[in-house]
Write a protein that binds this ligand. Structure first.
Ligand code: URP
Ligand code: ZN
Ligand code: ZN
Length: 472
């Protein structure tokens, strides 16, 4: 056995496959031994029987993504990965977004500059393809996939990002040829625009009407179309941020027909409802404006069921951080604007794992193995980072979370993001990471963050290694 640098002793280790008691031996930032009674090492941590899971892999978050002025994301790679670490996430995959007219390579270069010297935990990039020119399709995208940018997001809505069906087919064809993972934001842009205009004409512009402009039907239609486009090209797709029953039904239909359709959901669809966007015309609801919008309690149950029965492959945060009381945030230019102009997205990079651990595992809804699968193992497999990331195994990076099980009421002051609110304030949580290790180094000790800017490494991703989804 290599000389150990660190032993995490008396761990109750949880992987996606099982739960067992052992010590974890670490050398050179990697796990090198899993056994009972490992020899003494220069550094020792006593987990004292607490549960230890792999560090989380947040495979859908937005950090320092360029926005149209005056809007700006609150979190960059410094504050975003700080918050991630304190919430038990040790790998983040944000998006290098191509602007229309920009080369994809230029978007990637710019995004590397934004990350350089800042990240406290490891990171990879997804691409966002918004302008699939012949050069992008034939040269740039295949070259980037070959160099480790093996996943990209396609938008069916948002004027500055959306692709039409023909463009989606073109981009999916590249995913098929190159073995990349295509993530799809499925909402019907024309329906949203039509509904938005009607709401505006009726003077209904308060934040809560965001949900009226994006009913489940627009997500259902686009999900169905995305599935059909994927089937036409014969390529796996992953539908991101699935919000409720109607999209779930489309994905179940696809699975029933043996189609390789994966699905992601997020805590906002388990813990928030449309009422969080406001029951009156108060502007406070802007804090929970995201797309698709949260639905209702019955739909939360549909999402929980999908986590339990394997419909969902991945649970991500979709952290899209905008300050509430700020001219660069939810009040663009300092004004309370019509819902159409409210930046979409909510913070959640730090709360993703504790929310699911508290309500899912300790609330008796999901097993510990399922928690690990959804928050770490499957995202690592989906985006070509497994087994280096997403598991506790010999040879894996020593990215670990030791869980403290204790009740407390969450307040934004507990968090480490640069956002001035959390949608989950006031919720009673039952657990929080007592320790986060990234590459064998303590980044969060349960009380304090241990900064290591620039120590987070860029990860070149391999091919996706998920099994085909089960017929359901
Ligand atoms: O409202 C959301 N989800 N904002 C982030 C961007 C996206 O579409 O994921
Ligand atoms: Zn999206
Ligand atoms: Zn997103």
């Amino acid at each position: 056995m290599n000389d150990l640098d660190l032993v995490v002793r008396h761990a109750r280790i949880a992987t996606a496959a099982d739960v067992f008691d052992a010590d974890i031996g670490i050398a050179g930032g990697r796990i090198v031994a899993l056994a009972q009674s490992l020899p003494k090492a220069p550094r020792e941590i006593d987990a004292a029987g607490r549960t230890v899971t792999p560090g989380g892999v947040d495979a859908h978050c937005h950090l320092d993504q360029p926005m149209a002025p005056p809007v700006r994301m609150a979190d960059d790679f410094d504050t975003g990965t700080r918050a991630a670490a304190c919430g038990g996430t040790t790998t983040v995959i944000p998006f290098a977004a191509q602007e229309k007219g920009q080369s994809l390579q230029a978007a990637v270069d710019d995004y590397h500059r934004r990350a350089e010297g800042k990240a406290h935990v490891d990171y990879a990039f997804h691409l966002i393809v918004s302008d699939p020119t012949p050069k992008v399709l034939a040269e740039e995208l295949p070259a980037l996939i070959a160099r480790g940018y093996t996943s990209f997001k396609i938008y069916m809505t948002y004027d500055d990002l959306k692709l039409d069906d023909g463009q989606i087919l073109d981009v999916l064809s590249v995913a098929r040829e190159q073995g990349a993972m295509a993530m799809i934001h499925a909402e019907n842009a024309d329906c949203i625009e039509w509904l938005t205009r009607r709401l505006e004409a009726a003077g209904r512009t308060a934040p809560r009407f965001h949900a009226h402009a994006r009913p489940m039907l627009v997500e259902r239609e686009a999900t169905h179309r995305a599935i059909a486009l994927g089937q036409l090209v014969d390529v796996p797709i992953l539908i991101v941020h699935v919000s409720g029953r109607e999209a779930v039904e489309q994905i179940r239909w696809a699975r029933g027909h043996g189609l390789p359709v994966y699905a992601e959901t997020c805590p906002q669809y388990l813990f928030l409802t449309a009422a969080d966007l406001g029951v009156d015309d108060s502007y406070l609801g802007a804090r929970c404006v995201c797309s698709p919008p949260p639905r209702d309690k019955a739909n939360q149950e549909v999402i929980w069921d999908g986590l339990v029965d394997g419909l969902f492959t991945v649970l991500s945060s979709d952290h899209a951080p905008f300050r509430y009381d700020a001219p660069e945030g939810k009040k663009p230019g300092g004004r309370e604007v019509a819902f159409r102009h409210i930046p979409n997205g909510i913070p959640g990079i730090e709360t993703r794992m504790p929310l699911l651990y508290s309500e899912g595992v300790l609330g008796g809804r999901i097993t510990l193995e399922k928690f690990v699968e959804l928050t770490a193992t499957n995202p690592a497999k989906a985006y070509g980072l497994h087994p280096r990331k997403g598991t506790i195994a010999i040879g894996a990076d020593a990215d670990l979370v030791v869980w403290d099980e204790r009740e407390f009421v969450l307040r934004n002051e507990h968090l480490h993001h640069a956002v001035d609110y959390t949608p989950y304030a006031g919720m009673t949580l039952r657990a929080w990471p007592g320790l986060t290790l990234s590459g064998g180094e303590v980044v969060w000790d349960g009380q304090s963050f241990h900064p290591r800017p620039g120590q987070g490494r860029f990860l070149n991703c391999g091919a996706p290694s998920l099994r085909p989804p089960r017929r359901s």
